[in-house]
Design a protein around this ligand. Structure first.
Ligand SMILES: [Zn+2]
Ligand SMILES: [Zn+2]
Length: 279
């Protein structure tokens, strides 16, 4: 099982996912400079590649070993047609109860992974331990899960990093993902478009209703930024989508600024415990 199915990065020169061109490090498609390829092979020879989340050797830098790959759960059907929350079994839907009761401001949300123990082994080091090299492998899966959303997007915008956390962390992990996706899709990337309009307390273990209340009106778009999204379909990118309250609040801010529509793409999605419990 440690073969091609375990790859988060494809072999050099192969298209990583349907509809997204291979990453060659240049804008010129397949004309990756020979020197870059040679340096890649030389680096692999000196520092043999190992799994992103353990010490097991792998064929390609930036991939997972078979055992670690097997711990990942991808979000597949059935899921809510609107917010993308996974359904525990078939026969539910097409919409989850939350979307039935109150449709979100965004049109559709999708995520690559279920946010479980396997996903946390990738996402927590990415968020908190400067493991920025995990952005590419995660974004490749996002490009696959959100291929339809990327195909109709006109501009890509990350959820902003909270100013309080920006002090302790040097980078916005959502912007690393959105930058990768925008580059691969050839779309404009606006990493500074959305801003927090006021401080909010840590969301921690708070429930969906409390999160929604705390985040209501918490994001803003500058007047100058508004001109860049006016009438355009925005793809909003985040690392983890929990209750959807952040995506909802960002989508409202974008629509209020004049965006034509908003879709959401996340690396991982926290399953709704209210859907998971009853069997
Ligand atoms: Zn591993
Ligand atoms: Zn839903």
């Amino acid at each position: 099982m440690a073969g091609s199915g375990a790859r988060l990065w494809p072999r050099r020169g192969r298209a990583p996912v349907e509809g997204v061109p291979p990453s060659t490090g240049t804008r010129s498609g397949g004309r990756a400079p020979a020197l870059v390829r040679w340096l890649g092979f030389a680096l692999d020879a000196v520092l043999p590649p190992h799994c992103l989340t353990c010490d097991a050797p792998v064929d390609v830098q930036g991939s997972l070993c078979g055992a670690c790959f097997a711990t990942l759960s991808f979000v597949t059907a059935p899921h809510c047609a609107r917010c993308g929350v996974p359904f525990p079994h078939a026969g539910t839907g097409p919409l989850c109860p939350a979307c039935e009761g109150r449709p979100p401001a965004f049109e559709a949300a999708r995520a690559a992974l279920r946010y479980d123990a396997g996903a946390r082994r990738l996402i927590l080091p990415f968020k908190h331990a400067d493991r920025t090299e995990i952005a590419g492998p995660l974004a490749r899966h996002m490009a696959h899960a959100g291929a339809a959303l990327l195909a109709r997007a006109e501009v890509v915008v990350p959820v902003p990093l909270h100013c309080r956390r920006l002090l302790s962390r040097r980078y916005n992990q959502a912007a690393l993902l959105s930058g990768w996706l925008a580059r691969q899709a050839g779309l404009p990337h606006l990493p500074d478009l959305l801003r927090w309009s006021r401080p909010t307390p840590p969301l921690g273990e708070r429930g969906a209703a409390e999160r929604a209340a705390l985040l209501d009106g918490a994001f803003a778009v500058s007047r100058r930024g508004a001109a860049r999204v006016a009438g355009r379909r925005v793809l909003l990118v985040d690392d983890v989508m929990t209750s959807g309250a952040t995506a909802e609040s960002c989508a409202r801010a974008l629509l209020a600024a004049g965006a034509g529509a908003v879709d959401v793409l996340a690396a991982a999605r926290v399953p709704d415990p209210r859907l998971e419990a009853p069997r």
